[in-house]
Design a protein around this ligand. Structure first.
Ligand SMILES: C[S@@+](CC[C@H](N)C(=O)[O-])C[C@H]1O[C@@H](n2cnc3c(N)ncnc32)[C@H](O)[C@@H]1O
Length: 268
């Protein structure tokens, strides 16, 4: 993508700042990124050579978790911090199995939302809205959420690779608890999160993010388990991304190289 704004992107997008959504898009081989995102991503890759693999393993977990939820009978998904659509999006996976599955994407990043709306054009069962996961009332009250999702029925709320961009000072646990509270019995919470590890390159990578508009940091396995409060953890619990119910094609070697945890919990 060139560095002039495409027609569909909001005019307010700041091209001079890398964004977590667009850097992640670049790592995954997407085309919705700009010069500053690519420079940042290449620097990140020289700091954390496995960064691309981390992104892919996260994405693979997300796909497995969505299929798992579909198998459990879930027909509606709220994907918060959904990112820029890439291959194997939640609506594609869910609607392939059950065509009228309802999916709403929420992200704070305007390019992510604009691109989601672009690819969802004509899809009557899916929508997207801009929102901050900390603004729970705003997210739950967003137009596509109210139009497409019914919180009186089981739902899957996904927060994949997003909570590590929310500092403890903003109390992300309280926001997650409110989503869990809003979910009907039989709903699922799907979460992935960067791990806090004793690796200099990981700490250096987060230092890089801390100079952007999306600072962040890893958390421990216990911290991630605490986010799952109010749900019963589905086996195998809070594990490395590639250890969560891997398929035959998933790379399960050196799972700690995913530098991220995965968890799925069911609301009793
Ligand atoms: C690494 S991407 C993850 C995308 C997707 N969930 C996945 O796992 O493939 C993180 C996304 O979270 C979004 N994000 C960061 N902080 C957020 C917040 N407070 N509320 C909503 N979205 C946020 C970013 O804009 C970005 O698109």
């Amino acid at each position: 993508m060139s560095d002039s704004l495409p027609d569909w992107a909001p005019a307010t997008v700041d091209l001079d700042q890398p964004s977590a959504a667009r850097v992640y898009d670049y790592l995954l081989g997407g085309a919705c990124n700009f010069e500053h995102d690519r420079v940042f991503a290449e620097k990140l890759l020289s700091t954390i050579p496995e960064a691309r693999e981390v992104a892919r393993r996260n994405r693979a977990f997300l796909r497995r978790a969505v299929r798992f939820c579909v198998d459990q009978g879930i027909r509606q998904f709220l994907d918060i911090g959904s990112g820029i659509p890439t291959v194997g999006n939640v609506h594609e996976i869910a609607q392939k199995e059950v065509p009228d599955s309802r999916v709403v994407y929420v992200d704070s990043e305007p390019v992510a939302v604009a691109h989601s709306l672009l690819i969802l054009d004509g899809n009557e069962y899916a929508g997207a809205a801009q929102g901050n996961l900390l603004d729970v009332d705003g997210v739950l009250g967003a137009e596509p959420v109210r139009r497409l999702l019914d919180f009186d029925q089981p739902i899957a709320v996904l927060m994949a690779a997003v909570l590590h961009f929310v500092p403890d000072s903003a109390n992300p646990g309280a926001a997650v608890a409110r989503y869990v509270d809003a979910m009907a019995s039989g709903s699922y919470l799907v979460l992935s999160h960067a791990a806090k590890v004793d690796l200099q390159r990981s700490q250096d990578g987060w230092k890089m993010y801390n100079s952007t508009s999306t600072p962040g940091g890893g958390r421990t396995r216990e911290d991630v388990a605490a986010f799952m409060a109010g749900t019963e953890l589905v086996e195998p619990g809070v594990v490395w991304l590639s250890e969560w119910r891997p398929g035959s094609l998933d790379d399960t070697t050196t799972p700690e190289r995913s530098i991220g945890y995965a968890a799925v919990g069911r609301k009793p």
